[in-house]
Design a protein. Structure first.
Ligand SMILES: [Zn+2]
Length: 101
């Protein structure tokens, strides 16, 4: 079974698109976006940049086992920061590469 079919029947993954992004820009709160609540139910399997402020994590759905890549980024500005979060669904092959990394 491929990851997409499995995810479509999962109560968590069915609320997540294959790619999700969110941004929070300083001084523009009305333009802020956030990842869907379901994204926060994923569990961290592997932290690939444990010493970095910019995260790169392999996450997994606790219900169906689908893997996701969770990345964060930010920029320091004179008057604050801009933050980004990205979530991408992975195939089992892609997740396997992360697990071996
Ligand atoms: Zn799932």
């Amino acid at each position: 079974m491929n990851g997409t079919g499995r995810a479509a029947r999962c109560s968590i993954c069915s609320q997540l698109a294959a790619q999700e992004s969110a941004y929070q820009k300083y001084g523009w709160a009305e333009g802020d976006t956030h990842l869907p609540g379901a994204a926060y139910r994923l569990v961290i399997v592997k932290d690939l940049k444990p010493n970095s402020d910019r995260k790169l994590q392999l996450q997994q759905c606790p219900e169906c086992g689908t893997y996701y890549e969770h990345k964060t980024d930010y920029e320091y500005l004179v008057n604050g920061t801009e933050d980004e979060q990205h979530l991408a669904r992975l195939s089992d092959e892609e997740a396997g590469e992360y697990l071996q990394a």
